[in-house]
Design a protein around this ligand. Structure first.
Ligand SMILES: [Zn+2]
Length: 369
């Protein structure tokens, strides 16, 4: 490694590294790699540090304190901001204004970054594991038949699933849903389906044989009687649940079946048309989770509750046509865009605003006088 000519010599190695990085920030890097799609900026900077033989964190630490870091990153890598924004969600967010952070957050996990398919990353010259803002709905790399865990920040969490074609096919089914519905809707429905599948598999409510068969194929690839391979039990369960999770997601997104849930009899899950449909899609004719406090029963109750509130608000607002129109647009639980909230007006708490009248009728059950 050569010392930049204008670096200040100092006895403190941290300061020396920072001075070196500061010098480098003024120009382009000797060796530049392309970013991987959805990669976090920290992950990208970390790879640039390694390939350029810089100290760990030397680049990223001097970078993050700067307001003009996107501009610096463009200079450093010799790539335009627009090109960087195509791959790096954090750059895209900075480019599109203060509220854009929500865009990344609405697609990816809000709390932490997640792994990426290591073989896809390798095809982009990434020799180290990559950390990413990959949307939560992307769980299988279909090309490499790899499960990419979304619950962990550990960059290396990739699991080979070529022995589970139904799991790979489930991602194809989910991709079709992704192309039809807004990402907020996908994440909401998928999150509900994850919770319910987790609840069922925790209690072994149904489908234990199905799951066991998938565990066998996943962790015993050489067949019955062979030794178990090592893997995380938690990841194994997510994989084994995935085909039914996607089926559940599809039904939660369907306005027809949300309507069925909203208008059905709340008491008996076993006799519910909604549950019968689920059994048909799971290819389990006798499917009946059954318990009154089952999480699926709670989901159905929530839809009934939402519908009740909407219908009540509609009665209250009956002659206020503007408010009814807004209520229908944003609060009708049977519509596809039930997950949206009305846009914030200039004064959302102003009693004269339509938004306020609608919210008052919906949440509090009173018509604003
Ligand atoms: Zn891949």
């Amino acid at each position: 490694m050569t010392t930049p000519p204008n670096a200040q010599p100092t006895g403190d190695p941290t300061q020396a590294e920072a001075a070196k990085a500061e010098t480098i920030l003024q120009r382009s890097l000797p060796v530049v790699l392309p970013p991987v799609r959805y990669e976090t900026v920290d992950s990208y900077l970390g790879r640039l540090e390694i390939i350029n033989h810089m100290g760990n964190g030397a680049l990223s630490q001097s970078f993050r304190r700067r307001g003009d870091w996107v501009d610096r990153l463009a200079k450093l890598t010799g790539r335009s901001q627009a090109l960087l924004a195509l791959a790096l969600p954090e750059v895209a967010d900075v480019q599109t204004g203060p509220h854009a952070q929500r865009r990344v957050r609405s697609l990816a996990r809000p709390d932490h970054a997640r792994p990426y398919c290591q073989r896809c990353a390798a095809s982009k010259q990434a020799t180290q594991p990559v950390s990413s803002w990959l949307p939560v709905a992307y769980r299988v790399c279909i090309q490499h038949r790899t499960w990419i865990d979304w619950t962990t920040w550990q960059k290396t969490s990739n699991t080979e699933i070529s022995t589970l074609p139904e799991v790979i096919h489930a991602q194809r089914r989910l991709n079709r849903l992704i192309s039809r519905y807004p990402s907020a809707a996908i994440n909401k429905a998928l999150g509900d389906a994850d919770d319910i599948m987790h609840y069922w598999s925790d209690r072994a409510s149904w489908g234990e044989e199905l799951r066991q068969d998938r565990y066998n194929r996943l962790w015993r690839p050489a067949g019955p009687g062979s030794s178990w391979s090592v893997g995380s039990a938690n990841v194994g369960r997510h994989i084994a649940n995935f085909p039914e999770t996607v089926t559940l997601t599809g039904i939660f997104l369907s306005s027809v079946w949300r309507q069925e849930a909203a208008l059905s009899e709340p008491t008996s899950l076993g006799k519910n048309t909604f549950v019968a449909e689920l059994g048909r899609r799971f290819a389990m004719p006798r499917f009946a989770p059954g318990r009154a406090r089952d999480h699926l029963a709670k989901w159905i109750e929530s839809r009934q509750h939402e519908y009740h509130r909407y219908a009540r608000a509609r009665r209250l607002l009956c002659s206020d046509h503007e408010a009814v129109a807004q209520l229908d647009q944003y609060y009708d639980p049977l519509r596809h865009d039930w997950w949206t909230e009305p846009p914030l007006g200039p004064s959302p708490n102003d009693r004269d605003s339509t938004r306020w009248r609608v919210r008052y009728a919906y949440y509090d059950g009173y018509a604003a006088s």
